[in-house]
Design a protein around this ligand. Structure first.
Ligand code: SAH
Ligand code: MG
Length: 197
């Protein structure tokens, strides 16, 4: 990474930190970008752009990568547009401003990366599976949700408890899905890798 690119990434990370935007942690990004290189991934669909950080990192991992990414929050979407333009990646990253559950995406992708509302992952999975290539992979971030998934529930608010239950339901949904080989990694904030058989 040249110095200019490095500094821009640093700025994006700082903006995320200052504005409490939950971008992927370094270990998670390392895993994702290595996966892309190792599996020669070319087309990626991302659900949950935020300000474009993970899209940018994925695009930088290989010049062959093209990404379509969906964000429903206008302010974040606008920030992502700005960041992607600044990095000169607008030819390889297509942004969609919409709720992922309300939008139809054309084409197929060899990797689908789910990183949006953590309680909706079953719905995202079932909706976008039709956009996955035959032996493609669906990767999901935040399966451990900051370590809370395996914690005592009594100390949590009702909302949080509900969310944690949904993450566990999604975990079971993946485990019981016979069409996929599924691995749960403790890397970063917990990553699920579901590879279609
Ligand atoms: N992938 C980003 C972080 C995404 S944070 C990165 O690592 O850099 C999760 C984002 O998903 C938030 O910005 C939130 O607004 C968005 N989101 C949540 N539910 C969504 C939905 N149904 N459709 C589109 N975006 C959604
Ligand atoms: Mg995440």
């Amino acid at each position: 990474m040249n110095e200019n690119v490095y500094n821009q990434i640093k700025e994006i990370k700082k903006y995320a930190l200052d504005n409490k935007i939950p971008i992927m942690v370094d270990r998670g990004i390392d895993f994702l970008t290595r996966f892309i290189v190792d599996h020669q991934v070319e087309n990626i669909l991302e659900v949950g752009t935020a300000i474009g950080y993970s899209s940018i990192m994925m695009a930088l991992s290989s010049p062959n990568v093209k990404i379509t990414t969906i964000e429903r929050d206008q302010e974040r979407y606008m920030e992502a547009v700005k960041n992607i333009k600044k990095m000169g990646l607008e030819d390889r990253i297509t942004l969609i401003f919409n709720d992922a559950l309300d939008v139809e995406v054309d084409g197929t992708f060899d990797l689908i990366f789910l990183d949006a509302a953590k309680g909706q992952n079953i719905r995202f999975f079932e909706k976008f599976e039709k956009n996955l290539t035959e032996h493609g992979t669906i990767i999901t971030d935040n399966m451990d949700f900051h370590g809370l998934v395996n914690q005592e529930e009594e100390s949590m608010s009702r909302n949080l408890r509900g969310l944690i239950r949904k993450i566990k339901e999604y975990q079971e949904f993946l485990e019981n899905n016979e069409n996929y080989d599924v691995k749960f990694l403790t890397t970063g904030d917990g990553i699920a890798v579901a590879h279609r058989k």
